[in-house]
Design a protein. Structure first.
Length: 415
């Protein structure tokens, strides 16, 4: 992956405040692996709520000292509320300018979208207006078979509670038609692929298919929820090794990337360097349609299966620092079982703070969920295979080049 693309994907990483508007809990799709278990058509953000939240944040500049900001918009599907988003972004730009705010001209508008409405005039006009400050990722899961296994349309009518239920009609054709337009506007953009138990057999062909569409960066991860079946880790390892062979033998590694393969995973922990929290929960800020504030969108009620929402304030009263404080103490040690701290391949093993809370035996954020343990270990084994094979290939190519160079430099003897 080029350094330019890396900078695009990790814009101001570690320096930017991430602030999220949950503009709607509605979506055209009802993806079977979606952690948003409470999506519905009723909870949509009003302009009045959005404006009050913006005024609260920008008027407390001393509390948000990060040098940059990512204004993030999610749903459901955020582009269902493109008119509201357009109004929000216009107001943000105006107010940051009027206040001479330190975030003016050091901001991003960020979106993860299912891509279905991407081509519409409303979305395209918004992109044209804000192009220099936009990051947009379209989620496409791979081949049509893999994508349509999970990413299906919702039923035509929600139930009496407004809850969305899945149909069996896949969305691949509705998304893939917009990929060329997206890549023409954001050529270095990456897509996000999710793996659950049912679609492990399609990993290799799906990553290669995304490459064939012109997507150079495939960000891919397994779900954190406890959905894994016996033997999934073995099948997962086999698929990743097949993918490693395909990427290396096909030369894709030169211009394409897949986040499953990283030189920085699968090592023992360094106690001094590796004790940070995995995610930014508590250092991020989210707001929903009711004006409630969360340390991360994953703590809103529609994201939780078994727990009550964990609210840290609201747009009228601000942030309750006593409720926020526990999140600021989170690190690897405070929430990991001893086996995780002593694991020989612990580096790179991820967790989701919201899933930790949802899966915990009590209402705690200090109990790490470990459902992906075997999947991480399988990834490490395949990752080691990938880098060993790639380095052997590069070493042989270097030797071959040196041999060819030496052969050219040898002058023929004159008899």
């Amino acid at each position: 992956m080029s350094s330019i693309r890396e900078q695009e994907l990790n814009w101001q990483s570690g320096m930017a405040k991430n602030i999220t508007f949950i503009v709607t809990k509605d979506c055209q799709l009802a993806c079977k692996y979606c952690y948003l278990v409470g999506k519905n058509v009723k909870e949509r953000m009003s302009w009045e709520t959005a404006k009050e939240f913006i005024d609260f944040v920008l008027s407390h500049e001393e509390d948000f000292r990060e040098e940059s900001v990512v204004w993030d918009f999610i749903g459901g599907e955020p582009f269902l509320e493109i008119a509201l988003i357009d109004k929000i972004c216009d107001y943000l730009k105006l107010r940051m300018f009027e206040l001479n705010h330190h975030w003016f001209n050091s901001y991003r508008f960020s979106f993860s979208t299912n891509g279905i409405n991407y081509h519409t005039p409303e979305v395209q006009n918004f992109i044209k207006k804000n192009r220099e400050h936009l990051s947009i990722g379209i989620t496409i899961d791979g081949t049509e078979k893999k994508h349509d296994l999970n990413r299906v349309w919702k039923q035509a009518q929600p139930d009496e509670n407004g809850i969305i239920h899945p149909s069996e009609r896949g969305s691949y054709k509705d998304v893939v038609k917009n990929i060329p337009l997206w890549l023409s506007q954001f050529p270095d953009a990456g897509t996000k692929v999710t793996i659950s138990s049912a679609d492990i057999p399609y990993i290799t062909e799906s990553v290669l298919h995304l490459y064939s569409l012109g997507i150079h960066q495939v960000n891919i991860n397994v779900v954190f929820e406890n959905v894994w079946q016996e033997g999934d880790d073995k099948l997962f390892e086999e698929q990743l090794m097949q993918l490693a062979d395909a990427i290396i033998d096909g030369g894709y590694y030169q211009d394409y990337a897949c986040s499953f393969f990283s030189e920085h995973i699968g090592k023992p922990l360094d106690p001094e360097r590796d004790n940070q929290n995995w995610c930014g929960a508590g250092r991020m800020l989210s707001v929903d349609a009711a004006g409630n504030l969360y340390p991360c969108t994953r703590f809103a009620q529609y994201s939780l299966r078994d727990k009550k929402a964990l609210v840290i304030g609201n747009i009228k009263d601000g942030i309750n620092q006593n409720l926020l404080r526990p999140f600021l103490t989170l690190d690897r040690t405070t929430q990991s079982p001893q086996k995780c701290l002593e694991c020989e391949v612990a580096s790179g093993c991820a967790w989701c703070q919201g899933e930790n809370y949802d899966a915990a035996q009590t209402n705690t954020i200090y109990q790490r969920a470990t459902a992906i343990c075997l999947m991480h270990k399988a990834r490490v084994r395949a990752n080691n295979y990938y880098w060993n094979k790639l380095y052997r290939k590069l070493e042989l190519e270097d030797l071959r080049e040196e041999y060819e160079k030496n052969k050219r430099d040898v002058k023929p003897e004159i008899c």
